[in-house]
Write a protein that binds this ligand. Sequence first.
Ligand SMILES: CC(C)(COP(=O)(O)OP(=O)(O)OC[C@H]1O[C@@H](n2cnc3c(N)ncnc32)[C@H](O)[C@@H]1OP(=O)(O)O)[C@@H](O)C(=O)NCCC(=O)NCCS
Length: 172
Amino acid sequence: MKKRHPKDSFVSSTEFVLPNDTNTLNNLMGGRMMHFMDIVAAIAAQRHSHRIVVTASVDNLKFTKPIRLGSIVTISAKVTRSFNSSMEVHVRAEIEDHTRGIKETSNEAFFTFVAVDQNGRPIDVPEIEPETDEEWNLYHTALRRRQLRLLLAGRIKPEDASDLLSYLDAGN
Ligand SMILES: CC(C)(COP(=O)(O)OP(=O)(O)OC[C@H]1O[C@@H](n2cnc3c(N)ncnc32)[C@H](O)[C@@H]1OP(=O)(O)O)[C@@H](O)C(=O)NCCC(=O)NCCS
């Protein structure tokens, strides 16, 4: 299978936060943001694999800043690394402050998607070839994030998490 670059999977979607999306504090509801992020991440995984994908897990979902009613939020996603049938996708949401002309990160997460065939069985996906320094960094650190999530999910044993263990042994 032909290798693909992270930029080939890039997705960006802009949302306007309306009253139906907010809680009683007039901030965007967490579940609504999770929905936005899941859709954008799924499209990135689909663009990388050219397959049907399903969400397998979500890690490190951060809610750093409340998002006020009327805000404009851009959610973007890119595949960081593919393994066999699974792909890790980095998702970031940014609030646009048009009065100051800046964007601030409000949310971030790592989603894992699995490419499946018509019967829902996992199927291999293309490898990825990072290009920028940030993409290489996300690519290298993806292995230990995978080992941590599979360890916590009870799918691998500690002795199979060598990259994670060497990272922890190094005092990180
Ligand atoms: C995700 C799913 C296809 C995995 O099926 P499975 O029978 O466990 O398949 P396997 O054991 O062969 O694992 C397949 C891949 O899933 C990954 N995986 C399974 N569980 C995982 C988890 N909790 N976190 C991260 N990756 C996971 C495995 O590491 C493996 O990756 P690899 O092929 O790159 O090595 C299956 O659990 C499923 O269909 N889940 C429901 C998905 C869903 O409905 N999502 C919401 C709607 S889109």
